[in-house]
Design a protein around this ligand. Sequence first.
Ligand SMILES: Cc1cc2nc3c(=O)[nH]c(=O)nc-3n(C[C@H](O)[C@H](O)[C@H](O)COP(=O)(O)OP(=O)(O)OC[C@H]3O[C@@H](n4cnc5c(N)ncnc54)[C@H](O)[C@@H]3O)c2cc1C
Length: 399
Amino acid sequence: MNRDISTFDVCIIGGSIAGNYLCFLLSKINLKIAIIEEHDEIGQPLQCAGIISQKLDKLIDLPKELVLNRINTAKIVGPSGVSIKLSGNEKPYIIDRIELDRLFFNKIKNKENISYFFGEKFKSFRYLKDNQQKTVLIETTKRRLKAKILIGCDGPLSSVAKILRVKNKNLFATQIRIKSKFNENEAVMFFDQKWKELFGWIVPEGNNIYRIGMASSKNIKKNFHEFLKRLKIKQEQKIDQQGGLIPYGLMNRLAFDNVLLLGDSAGQVKATTGGGIIMLLTAAKYAAHCIKLCFKERKYSREIIKKYYEKPCKSIIGKELKIHYLIRSFLEKLSPKDFEKVFRIIKTSKIENLISFYGDMDFPRALIFKIVKNPQFFPFLIKFLLKNPQIFTKIMHII
Ligand SMILES: Cc1cc2nc3c(=O)[nH]c(=O)nc-3n(C[C@H](O)[C@H](O)[C@H](O)COP(=O)(O)OP(=O)(O)OC[C@H]3O[C@@H](n4cnc5c(N)ncnc54)[C@H](O)[C@@H]3O)c2cc1C
């Protein structure tokens, strides 16, 4: 342990997509920034299916080499095996996730004002008074550092969040990559009561390689085994395997004195798809703006972080994440027969070519109004709600 205390303006915990992207945004102003990453390498271990809507290239300058494939259809398979294909004018990206994490790291790694500390774990922080101003003293497995702002980008099991008594509910996720011959243009989602909090997926990476995965709250090993059997996938086809956690629920509190949470640590993940990247890139822009203002005004209190980070995040992505959670609550209660009814309504009202599952599912409010207004769907919804009154309690809780 290095006994000296180094001083930084900002300390970011976690050098994955949220940490690296935020640091890249902040690198444009002259702040002294430390990033603590427990692994020795950026991007490893891989924990992602890499399917991201085409909004990605509106948010970042996306290099072509990072795009492994694009799909034009989302196939949804209900518990009874009945399916529907959705295809709007959206072609989601299948991304090289390891390279996406490295993209921003490579842009900033040689900057003098930015220091990466690899193979080092954040342990704790406490508040200090420094020249009448509150700062944070951070302890890692190798050193102590002082910073005016600490940012928790340390994922679903965030230790920063834990110290602030914020806790995610997480799903277990597992994924293998295989060589096979499914459809290279479509992602498939398999819904089932056994893994009702998300779905099983087939994501085509390109070159006949597919990412097959699943997330659920329990029995993930057994369920995944059953899922692979259903798809007739054999162990010999496996190239490699990944695992991880996906936050499930609503966005957490984001603002504290001298501290912000961003990305999975903040629960900025869509409960419908488990996708977090569009949300965290959007939130990172607000975080960067907020941090710039904090340093300009020399104020780092919860009030100012709340005003410039938490509030805009709540109104832009927080509300949408609530809708995702409501849709998820609805999907969890659908019986196999209900799935068939919903598919039939979508088919007969001829809207399956208008719904871009991944595109509309980033910000689903408009899509929901479109579907709920549908004269065939409305009576189904009323009957469904009367059969499942618990949904009302959830709506009240969310509101
Ligand atoms: C199997 C799976 C599939 C997914 N598929 C998709 C998808 O297709 N599309 C999509 O948009 N999203 C997907 N997601 C979600 C997406 O991967 C996350 O939303 C995203 O990675 C969150 O980024 P993050 O930087 O907030 O956290 P993470 O990527 O979890 O990174 C946290 C970083 O913090 C580091 N860290 C943690 N604790 C400490 C500590 N104490 N000290 C130092 N460092 C620490 C970790 O090593 C890690 O580098 C998937 C997730 C999983 C698990």
